[in-house]
Design a protein around this ligand. Sequence first.
Ligand SMILES: [Mg+2]
Length: 383
Amino acid sequence: MPKGEVLEFSEGLEEQNKTIEREEILKKLNVPNIIEVYANLSLIWRADKRLALAVIIRDGLALHYASAELQNDPEVVEAAVANTELAWPFASNDMQARRFEIMARIESKLKSGRAERITELQRETQREMEASHEYSRELERIKAIITKNFWKSPDPEKNIRIMAKELAMDPKEVWKVIEEAHTPEILVKVSNKPLVEALDQKKIEMYCLLEALKEAGFTPAVWTLGNKKWQLKKLELTGAKKYFDEEHIFVAENEKTDEKTSELRRIFDKILEDKSRGRPIHVYIVDDKQKEIDAAMGLSQVYEQQGIIIHNFRFDLKNSQADGTKFYGWILEEREKHSNLVLVLDFDQVIADTNGALDQACKNILIRKSKQEKQESDHAMAA
Ligand SMILES: [Mg+2]
């Protein structure tokens, strides 16, 4: 493995981003099946005390899904068992040993007539939850404008103009915000160990997938769909470009299936041209979309006769059974079986989390807009 960056969970996210993200999650949690939503949050968020309290004061059983550290936090445990004593089995052993003390505290709070089942921090979280509604509505409005048709558009320039108009922003500024969100940070990373373990140790080492593949001796190709100029720009902005030979980058512009597969045929034909390669050659298509995988597998029969065996991996960044870490381990195993292999990677949601970048761009637009509004109102106050 190449040198990785170490993420400390407490400082993993920039504070502002974290507040914004927490607000979004809080909104999602404002549903009857709150536990179900909470249970499906990433471990990082289930280790967030504010979030835990917001959920637990509504359903103490959520303690079951909170991080081990929070199950050992007196304030969190107290909130959970004050809500329901059925939450006790989910508290840490240490907290369970302090059961009488904690129950006595809850009792005395109730008896003193203050009925303070919630602490100041919990109250604050509730206020945040309410405030987050307005915020989320505005963010959703921005997201709807930004995502509408842009990414599949053959002409992003034109769409940027439309978006800018709807957002009441300068088109150049919209471009800038979107481009700025496409940084090397969005390149997909793989971890040195499963997240469950890492969370316990509160430390995890992450490696850029492309770097890890390079280090392991792979020379992958890119097979991607979308506006060519914009796809190449993203490769450049994220720094992914330096991991590929220019002739190994294939962009299919048209959404039509025949266009997509024709680009893939170009890849296969190029592979076949290389007479120095032995036969059979195992080609691994890695994509997050089943449609693309099906299109690739549809070529199996034709190419098998020529000595190309097509394999696939359906990538899913949000699923630990199919994310970068899983893929990396899998492809190393596959190479043990088939040393004569070619790796063909999709760009969006495989090499880079471009959906994440887009979300970030929307947040940045919202931040810009609220700063602007604040400045304007400050001006008005001063005048
Ligand atoms: Mg994709």
